[in-house]
Design a protein around this ligand. Structure first.
Ligand code: UDP
Length: 250
């Protein structure tokens, strides 16, 4: 299908969202801009937008084949993807398998501590309040989502964890933790936003090397290389090369 971009709807920290000639469809464009610590740290990660577009679409296709409904429709070019226009639920869902990041600070855990079972957390999506953690009572009281919607979101989130964790293990990556966003589309809850090295922690199984945005957050160096390594492990690097040579007319 040929979606025609009609206007810019919204520009976020890492993505732009465009309206199209089809009212149920928007186009997302992934940027190279990177922010951390509530936007106080800023930078550019070269080709990040290309990597995140390919990786996220790849994961969403795997999830669709595992009966998780997602917003994915089709990739348009290197940085753009057509997705179903959802009403985003203003709750970020974080799933954790191994202790890292804010969890270590909050609970005094050692980074890398194995959690006996996955942890699911909710944060209220609100930049001004710096996305505070909430529980389902807050979500119901603030009418951010209904009880049935929360149930569906929890069920999908744990299933997504199982699917992606098993999948990534095969390419020697441990899925440490990740963030999800869901939306309402025609009365149903579907997975939206992205799943990429920007929104997940990926560690090499053997060396524990970080292959995600923590390299940018903590100035660990080789940031672009880490994003490219994820592309390589997923077998998606050939797609970029193919696209580049098509552009050059080779
Ligand atoms: N995360 C995200 N966006 C956010 C907050 C967290 O994508 O606004 C992801 C983050 O990349 C990590 C997971 O969610 O994979 C858990 O993040 P954490 O709560 O430890 O926060 P952080 O320490 O990353 O600020």
């Amino acid at each position: 299908m040929n979606y025609v971009i009609t206007k810019l709807l919204y520009e976020g920290k890492a993505k732009k969202v465009y309206e199209t000639n089809c009212q149920d469809v928007v186009v997302i464009e992934y940027k190279d801009d990177a922010t951390a610590f509530d936007g106080t740290k800023r930078g550019i990660i070269n080709n990040k937008g290309i990597v995140n577009n390919l990786v996220s679409n790849y994961f969403f296709k795997i999830l669709e084949s595992n009966k998780i409904p997602t917003h994915f429709i089709e990739q348009i070019d290197e940085r753009k993807t057509a997705v179903k226009k959802v009403q985003i639920i203003p709750v970020e869902v974080i799933v954790r398998n191994i202790a890292a990041g804010s969890l270590c600070k909050r609970l005094g855990l050692e980074e890398g501590a194995i959690l006996k079972r996955p942890i699911l957390e909710f944060c209220y999506k609100n930049d001004a309040l710096r996305d505070p953690q909430v529980n389902q009572y807050h979500i119901l009281a603030l009418e951010l989502a209904t009880e049935d919607e929360i149930k569906k979101i929890e069920e999908y989130s744990f299933k997504i964890n199982d699917v992606l964790r098993n999948y990534l293990k095969q390419v020697n990556i441990d899925l440490i933790d990740f963030k999800l966003e869901f939306g309402r589309y025609k009365g149903e809850i579907i997975l939206a936003d992205e799943i990429s090295p920007d929104t997940c922690r990926f560690w090499d199984v053997a060396t524990k090397e970080k292959l995600d945005k923590d390299r940018f957050r903590r100035d660990l160096g080789n940031v672009e290389e880490a994003y490219m390594e994820i592309l390589r492990r997923l077998g998606l690097d050939k797609k970029v090369n193919k696209f580049n040579s098509e552009l050059k007319g080779e």
